[in-house]
Design a protein around this ligand. Structure first.
Ligand SMILES: [Zn+2]
Length: 131
């Protein structure tokens, strides 16, 4: 029962992820499931991730119970990190996006890195430190 509730709680983001990944799938992308998460990669999904973060390298991004990754290898490398974000979506539900953005904005105003210093990212990097 808890499982169903956390999937429902995070579902607005999951639906967005399924929509983006689904479009990617229609134009040459790939899909797989791992640890209760739908993972999309390659094709348009890969090209989309190349355009994020002002040209900085993005391996993967989580939307609810969906992870969009550049490649299967990128999904493998980032799996533990992205699972932390999945758990964050399960805790925060529809409030995750605004909470993440407000934290980033607050950090930016204070002259800190809105990505690396974001508490949601720090929790994910603490669980899975970068190589
Ligand atoms: Zn992250």
């Amino acid at each position: 029962m808890r499982s169903l509730l956390v999937y429902l709680w995070a579902s607005p983001y999951t639906l967005l992820g399924l929509s983006v990944g689904g479009v990617g799938l229609m134009f040459g992308g790939r899909v797989r499931c791992r640890s209760g998460v739908v993972q999309f990669c390659e094709g348009p999904t890969k090209r989309l991730l190349h355009r994020l973060r002002d040209g900085q390298f993005v391996l993967a991004i989580t939307l609810g119970h969906v992870v969009l990754g550049q490649t299967e290898a990128a999904l493998d490398v980032s799996h533990e990190h992205e699972l932390v974000h999945v758990r964050q979506y399960e805790r925060w539900g529809p409030f995750f996006g605004p909470a993440y953005l407000l934290a980033s904005l607050w950090l930016w105003f204070r002259g800190r890195d809105p990505y690396r210093d974001n508490p949601f990212e720090r929790e994910a990097y603490d669980a899975d430190p970068p190589c």
